[in-house]
Design a protein around this ligand. Structure first.
Ligand SMILES: Nc1ncnc2c1ncn2[C@@H]1O[C@H](COP(=O)(O)OP(=O)(O)O)[C@@H](O)[C@H]1O
Ligand SMILES: [Mg+2]
Length: 362
């Protein structure tokens, strides 16, 4: 099969026909509805112990902890007194008491390996459409209750992989899917229904049905993008069988909005909070999250591939599986798995074709 070259400009900048005012209005609306929701949520969660309920932890310390990415008792319970004292400004002895109290409140016990294994059986896997890639990820593609990140240069295939997963998730479990729907948060305007049709036809599925099972939202800035997470939670609560959330791209808005020198810490803090909420959503609802990320050149690196993912350690640590994509020989794509908790670092290759991702003989 001949691999068609697609004009890249077309992919790069899609239409934004909506006006700035409209966007502001939209965000205001979403924030208002979030606020009213928070009010009612508070009532529901009143019985659940919070950071503020710990001895020696006041509102000032809570704010500092949240800024450091710690939002709940679990986050605090795993700290050492020195770490907590550093983060919150409280003395080490007060910190020690707070940690002990949080551990008591949470009943931080052990669960045996079997129970743990039982829990992991609930996981779904979603095929990427390429056997090579699925194998790289442990045999069955990406996993629910985890975040998989693909980073790479423009045109390396991050969006194509996203579209392929959005189709794959809909397959029955026996065929490598999770029998579910996908949510696609598009920050760059590169979601292409035509491509989804082609992928669907490639596996003999009904393109209309496949498209109907992908819920797409365009995110206009990082605020909007973060708020959309709540919308996804609502959809799930309303009974939508969502098993996959795609964020394409995770970092582009953050990168554009926080480009000043002094803004890096702010950006990282917001990204951190966002990723934390994302992981919670994935774990609580047994969904898979796939995010794309750009690269920037790393002037410090003199040999090898001089590129680095945006967001640095914050993104790196939050994502369970990291894939590095790049173009290889003859228009192939090379995919490298990096720092996985349970799989060897390895690489594989595939082609992007009209009907889907195709394996290359290795
Ligand atoms: N219909 C198609 N047939 C073959 N290759 C395609 C097709 N559509 C896109 N591609 C390939 O995918 C590339 C774009 O990949 P994409 O996933 O959009 O990159 P990015 O990593 O920037 O998201 C194109 O440059 C082209 O090589
Ligand atoms: Mg893309």
């Amino acid at each position: 099969m001949v691999v068609k070259k697609v004009e890249e400009e077309k992919i790069e900048n899609a239409d934004v026909e909506i006006s700035e005012e409209k966007v502001d209005e939209l965000i205001k609306e979403m924030k208002a509805s979030e606020k009213s929701k928070k009010g009612s949520k508070k009532k529901k969660e009143e019985n659940k112990p919070q950071l503020i309920d710990l001895p020696g932890v006041g509102p000032g310390a809570v704010a500092k902890l949240e800024a450091a990415g710690i939002y709940d008792l679990m986050g605090l319970a795993v700290l050492t007194p020195a770490q907590l004292s550093d983060m919150s400004g409280m003395s080490e002895s007060v910190a020690r008491k707070a940690i002990q109290a949080s551990r008591q409140m949470m009943d931080l016990g052990f669960s045996d390996g079997l129970a743990h294994e039982e829990k992991r059986k609930e996981l779904f896997h979603i095929t990427t459409g390429s056997k090579n890639l699925d194998n790289l990820l442990g045999g069955r593609g990406i996993q629910t209750k985890s975040i998989t990140e693909a980073f790479g240069a423009f045109g390396s295939g991050k969006t194509q992989l996203a579209l392929s997963l959005a189709v794959g998730v809909q397959l029955p479990v026996e065929q490598g899917g999770a029998n579910g729907k996908a949510v696609y948060i598009d920050t760059e305007g590169t979601f292409r229904p035509e491509r989804v049709r082609q992928f669907a036809e490639g596996i003999g599925a009904n393109p209309d049905k496949v498209l109907k099972n992908i819920l797409v939202a365009r995110a206009f800035n990082s605020d909007h993008q973060m708020l959309l997470l709540d919308r996804v939670a609502e959809l799930i609560k309303d009974g939508e069988p969502i098993r996959l959330m795609i964020i394409d791209s995770l970092t582009a808005h953050f990168r554009a909005e926080y480009s000043g020198r002094g803004q890096l810490a702010d950006r990282q803090q917001r990204l951190n909070r966002y990723l934390h909420n994302m992981m919670k959503l994935a774990e609580q609802n047994n969904i898979a999250i796939y995010v794309t990320n750009q690269v920037m050149s790393d002037p410090a690196q003199m040999f090898g591939d001089p590129t680095k993912a945006i967001g640095g350690n914050i993104v790196g640590h939050a994502c369970t599986y990291r894939l590095y994509l790049r173009r290889g020989k003859k228009d192939s794509r090379i995919c490298k798995l990096i720092d996985s908790p349970d799989l060897p670092d390895d690489a594989t290759a595939f082609m992007i074709e009209t009907a889907g991702l195709r394996d290359l003989d290795l």
